[in-house]
Design a protein around this ligand. Sequence first.
Ligand SMILES: CC(C)(COP(=O)(O)OP(=O)(O)OC[C@H]1O[C@@H](n2cnc3c(N)ncnc32)[C@H](O)[C@@H]1OP(=O)(O)O)[C@@H](O)C(=O)NCCC(=O)NCCS
Length: 235
Amino acid sequence: MTAAGEGWTLRLLDDVLRQHEGVGDSWLHPAELSQLQRIANRQIWRQSIGVRLAAKSLLLATPMFRGKVPQDLAIVTPRRNGRSLPPRVEVDEAPQAVAISLSHTTRYVAAAVACSSRKFIGIDIVENSAAPDAWLVQWLSQAERALSASADGPSPSELWAAKEAAFKTLSPGTPFVPGALQIARAKGGSLTWRHENAPAERGDVTLHCGPQCVIALARRTTARVPSARREVSLV
Ligand SMILES: CC(C)(COP(=O)(O)OP(=O)(O)OC[C@H]1O[C@@H](n2cnc3c(N)ncnc32)[C@H](O)[C@@H]1OP(=O)(O)O)[C@@H](O)C(=O)NCCC(=O)NCCS
């Protein structure tokens, strides 16, 4: 966690749940419990709890939430027209000026936070065993396939994680269209992303690759559009 209140965490789901055994409920806000009640799939339900516990540990380590207890914070993921929107942090039902992004898989949970209303961040985990590269390649453009085939180029799984992380930084209501999010290598070697249908939507992405999974962390460099224009301007 930086002094400016930015950081991310990757944890084993079972470890997080074990660590909070018996106290997990007291970490959750009623608004979270009511969202969790609606999850029918037990595996997703466990992941959604685990990722919130991990994210709250991160949030409570920031100066912004000093003095708060876990149950003061509600990490809610609103839905609109059957689509999920980016998660937000609420205190006393008031959205907080903090960017948050979550990702969960069967084995891992990951969260990223940035204590600013002007930052847009996205995190995504892809387990190495989750999808064969041959299947993921179909979602890549010619340029991305060439990048992947280049020396030290990111693998299809890494590019997929980068696309999902970039998607999570976009304005609420933007549909996930993997082909519209293009990943490229900048001159200095770092990875960048841009939205094909919304040229102002772009940013950078960093990859953290381990033997079991890849983590992508994306930032958006442009400001979010005013709420009245969100739905029409980005699709
Ligand atoms: C967001 C999405 C890409 C993540 O998929 P995933 O890799 O399977 O799941 P991850 O575990 O990495 O991420 C899940 C988390 O992403 C977050 N999330 C969900 N929708 C999000 C959105 N629109 N923007 C940012 N973050 C989002 C949530 O925090 C969610 O966890 P939670 O439900 O426990 O709160 C996927 O849910 C998706 O495709 N959503 C868009 C729906 C959409 O546009 N549908 C229209 C299709 S045309």
